[in-house]
Every structure is written in structure tokens, then in C-alpha cells.
Write a protein that binds this ligand. Structure first.
Ligand code: NDP
Length: 491
């Protein structure tokens, strides 16, 4: 807080609210200089390495193993061995104990994980601390509860584990995506080989420590790090029974082609271009918060981000005015600062992709507004951005930007809103803001999206299934539905 304004008969008030830095300490985290692959409960020395950095500063954090075909092969063999020699035959109540233990350890070590996640991914500490970590632990708790109840979850279907699951995850929610993948797979009695994104391997590697602490039998969880080629080796491996992938639609399509005819089970959670639809009878201030959360949460690097805002014409002007006011209050900067709302972009590549798409928006004729903020000199940053005067055909209204960039469009009637919202190759999520319950139900029945939030956005819960339609992929994660892709049924 800077100057204090003193007026007679009134309590002193701040002229200008600024925040003193409140950085979370890095002391709690110990990062090794070099990491290998976690295979069969041991660290496997990598033949090649690359360096992982902190996107906020470009500082090198550690050397990471670049997984080769041989590394993947050893990890799959370890997973197969663990599956065949104990894990799949263990009673569900015993598997549950391990999952409960993992959940508890994640809770106990949550600060350490949150700091590491923010360092390596660039996301604000308040998000990793208050969203990623609690949800990751909640996923293990939730699926621990199902492990001994599979017969009840799928009555008369004799659920059995599939075998070895190959799991490939992206960089936007590194630990949370790991939890979404590993918890249901283990609860169902499978073993896993997981490849984190090459830009954010550190929390997955710290998770290996949790696996050991929980005394999980060796080989049940294996982590092989590396670039896309490591993921491709996992996809192609003949002894993998199932692939679970979260990432871009392009890579998802390649995986689908590659696994076709192989007998491998497949689930794909791909991109999105969610419509956040605001009707004129909504609670406007609440909707503004939902819009902000929808697109600037995790720098907009969220597959279900509300990146297309549809505003009913009658409230367009007041809404835009309020949105710009709110945008000006977002604090962009050090991910480890507890006051930060918008952190660093995950990588130079991602920043360049955002910049290219934003330039296309300007070139095509949209009007750009950026929050007045000073971006740090080092690292990868992009100011929260709003585009108005956007036509449906513009690339910024069609393509996934995966950054803090909102495209605003308008509509007059609910029918028009539905038609425009569904006019995308994607179908992952949507939001509806209205005071009318009947209108919510009407909209939900017509929106082609796996998740529709009403008067809220980006709300996640392990009990609730999540997944897409069309080019957003297929298969569901979360809830009882999330167990099904990890089970076969002897019907
Ligand atoms: P990718 O789809 O390339 O990456 C996702 C994961 O797949 C990473 O672990 C990646 O490894 C791995 N991978 C890459 N190529 C292959 C392959 N041929 N076979 C198997 N695995 C592979 O996404 P990007 O990180 O490159 O992001 C690009 C765009 O994708 C983003 O701009 C965004 O639009 C979208 N995206 C969507 C996500 C979602 O949740 N739906 C998440 C992330 C991105 P590595 O990272 O080491 O290359």
C-alpha cells in the first residue's frame, strides 16, 4: 500500500493499492542436479539428458533423462512383471490402502509439491497450492474408495484390470494430470508407465519419492521422462494394453492412427475452444469473475478454458466496461508470489504460438485490449488480453490459443448462442450464465460439450466425469466413468 489519503471525518484510505512482494520460499524443495527414469522402483541411469528450466526466469533447474526406446521397453517390462506377479491379484481393499497412503503423503507434502510445480510450470503458487495439490490428493482418495467396490460399480459385469497402461500427459497441470491418470488405473488393478511433458517433469519425479514412501510394490508405477519421441515409443510398444493421452488434437490423431488395429485400448483428452455464454439476466459481477477465472486461470493454458465469450447484445457495453476494469486488477508476475494471479507462459514455444495467433487476430481486424501491466524482463510472459470485434471465422475464434487471450462475440437469442457455441470442431466444455434454471436446462441439452458449467466455470471434482466430444477426444476421466477405460468385462 502506498500513500494514505486522510480526509476529515473519515478513516484514512489508500490512494493506490499495491502489494508488497510475498514470495513463497523455495527452501522447502530440494531439486537434484540430474534425474534418471523411475523403473521397477529404482532409478535408471539415462543414456541422454536435456535440461528443464523455470519458465519465469529461464533458470536451469535440473538435467532430465531423455527416454529411449530401450528405456521405455524396460519400464514396460517392469510394469508387466508387477502386473503379473502380484498387483493385479491383490484384493481391492489392499490396493486401496496404497492409494490412501499416496493421498495422505501428497497432502502432507503439498507445500513442497506446490512450490516445485510453480517453479517448473510457471503457474501461480496460489493455484498450485489451492487447486492442483488438493485436487491431486482428492483423486487418490476418491479412487482409493472405489478399489474394493468395482463389482458394485459395474454390477454383473465381472470387471477385471486390463494390464499395462501407457499414460502420456501435458505440461499445464503436471501433477494433477498424473493423478487423473494413475489413480483410476491403480484402483482398477493395472500397472502404469507414465511420460510427463518434457517441460514439466519435476513433480512427476518427486512423485516417485511418494511411491517409495507409500511402499508401493516395485514396477506398479514407472515414470520415463523425455520428449515426444519417448511418448511415441510408449504408444508403439507391443506389450502396452492401453494408452491414455492428454494433449494436442494433432498428436491425439496420430496416436489414434498408430494404435488402430493393434488391440490397444485408447482414451484421448484433447484440445478445446469453450464457449462461455452470458445472458442479460445473469448476476453480472458474478459472471465477470467467472469470465476472468474461465480464461486467465493457469494463464489460459487450460484445455477447457472459456476462450470464446458470447455476450447477449443488450449487456455488451456494461459487461465489456466491467471486464476491462477487472482485467486491470490482475497481477501478472512471479509465480512463487502469493499475490500473483497470472504467472509465466510454460515455454518459449508456447509463447510464440500465442503471439502468432494474437497477431493473426489483429491482422484479421479484431480490436485488442491488454491489461496495463509491466512484464518481467526474463522468462516467458503474455499480458491478459481481450479481443472484441471478433468474427466467427477469425482464427482467434476457431483455434485453441492456450494462453490468456479471450475472444468476445455477441448473440441475441438462446438459439443463436447455441448455434455459435457449437460451431467449432471441439466439444470439451461450455459455461452458461443466467438466473433462469429452465434456460440452463434448455442450453445444457443443446450444447455439444462434455462438461457444461452453469453460473460457475473451471470447477473440477474427482467424482465428476470429464472429457470431450468431436475433436476434443473420447473417454471420460473422473467419477465412476473414469474407471471404465481401465477395466475389461467378462460378460
Ligand atoms: P502435445 O500434444 O505435443 O504434448 C502432450 C504430451 O504428448 C507431451 O507429454 C508430449 O511430449 C507428448 N507427445 C508429443 N508428441 C508425441 C507423440 N508423437 N507420441 C506420443 N506422445 C507425444 O502438446 P504440446 O505440449 O506440444 O502443446 C501444443 C498444443 O497442444 C498447445 O498449444 C495446446 O493448444 C494443446 N494442448 C492441449 C492440452 C490439453 O489438455 N488438451 C494440453 C497441452 C497442450 P513433450 O511435451 O515432451 O513433447
Amino acid at each position: 500500500m502506498t500513500d494514505i489519503e486522510k480526509k476529515q471525518d473519515r478513516a484514512p484510505v489508500a490512494k493506490d493499492w499495491t502489494y508488497a512482494p510475498a514470495p513463497e520460499s523455495r527452501e522447502i524443495v530440494r531439486i537434484a542436479e540430474r534425474y534418471g527414469h523411475f523403473v521397477g522402483g529404482e532409478w535408471l541411469e539415462p543414456s541422454e539428458t536435456y535440461e528443464t528450466i523455470a519458465p519465469a526466469t529461464e533458470e536451469t533447474l535440473a538435467s532430465i533423462g531423455q527416454g529411449t526406446d530401450e528405456d521405455v521397453d524396460r519400464a514396460v517390462a517392469a510394469a508387466r512383471n508387477a502386473f503379473a506377479n502380484g498387483w493385479s491379484a491383490l484384493p481391492g481393499s489392499e490396493r486401496a490402502k496404497y492409494l490412501f497412503r499416496i493421498a495422505r503423503i501428497l497432502q502432507e507434502r503439498s507445500r513442497e509439491f506446490a512450490v516445485l510445480e510453480s517453479l517448473n510450470s510457471g503457474k501461480p503458487i496460489k493455484e498450485s497450492r489451492d487447486v492442483d495439490l488438493p485436487l491431486a490428493a482428492a483423486h487418490f482418495f476418491y479412487y482409493a474408495g472405489w478399489a474394493d467396490k468395482l463389482e458394485y460399480a459395474f454390477p454383473n459385469r465381472r470387471p477385471r484390470p486390463i494390464g499395462v497402461a501407457g499414460q502420456i500427459i501435458p505440461w499445464n497441470f503436471p501433477l494433477l494430470m498424473l493423478a487423473w491418470k494413475i489413480a483410476p488405473a491403480l484402483a482398477a488393478g493395472n500397472t502404469v508407465v507414465l511420460k510427463p511433458s518434457h517441460t514439466t517433469p519435476l513433480t512427476a519425479l518427486l512423485f516417485c519419492d511418494v511411491v517409495r514412501q507409500a511402499d508401493l510394490p516395485p514396477g506398479v508405477v514407472n515414470i520415463v521422462t523425455g520428449f515426444g519421441s519417448t511418448g511415441a515409443a510408449l504408444v508403439k510398444h507391443e506389450d502396452v494394453d492401453k494408452i491414455a493421452f492428454t494433449g494436442s488434437t494433432g498428436v491425439g490423431k496420430w496416436i489414434q492412427r498408430e494404435t488402430a488395429g493393434s488391440g490397444k485400448r485408447l482414451t484421448l483428452e484433447l484440445g478445446g475452444k469453450a464457449a462461455n455464454i452470458v445472458f442479460d439476466d445473469c448476476a453480472l459481477d458474478q459472471a465477470i469473475e467467472g469470465i476472468i477465472n474461465g480464461i486467465y486461470f493457469n494463464q489460459g493454458e487450460v484445455c477447457c478454458a472459456g476462450s470464446r465469450l458470447f455476450v447477449q447484445e443488450s449487456i455488451y457495453e456494461p459487461l465489456i466496461a466491467k471486464l476491462k476494469q477487472r482485467l486491470a486488477t490482475l497481477r501478472v508476475g512471479d509465480p512463487l508470489d502469493k499475490n500473483t494471479d497470472v504467472g509465466a507462459i510454460n515455454s518459449r514455444d508456447q509463447l510464440e504460438k500465442i503471439e502468432e495467433l494474437v497477431q493473426s487476430g489483429i491482422d484479421e481486424g479484431a480490436e485488442i485490449y491488454q491489461a496495463p501491466c509491466r512484464l518481467p524482463e526474463h522468462g516467458f510472459w503474455f499480458a491478459p488480453t481481450v479481443f472484441t470485434n471478433v468474427a466467427q471465422s477469425y482464427r482467434i475464434a476457431q483455434e485453441e490459443i492456450f494462453g490468456p487471450v479471450l475472444s468476445v462475440l455477441t448473440f441475441r437469442t438462446p438459439e443463436e448462442a447455441v448455434e455459435k457455441a457449437n460451431n467449432t470442431p471441439y466439444g470439451l466444455s461450455a459455461g452458461v450464465w443466467t438466473e433462469k434454471g429452465s434456460r440452463i436446462l434448455w442450453m445444457v441439452q443443446r450444447l455439444r460439450a462434455g462438461v457444461v458449467w452453469a453460473n460457475t466455470f473451471n470447477r473440477f471434482d474427482p467424482t465428476s466425469p470429464f472429457g470431450g466430444y468431436k475433436e476434443s477426444g473420447f473417454g471420460r476421466e473422473g467419477g465412476r466413468h473414469g474407471l471404465e477405460p481401465y477395466l475389461r468385462f467378462d460378460e
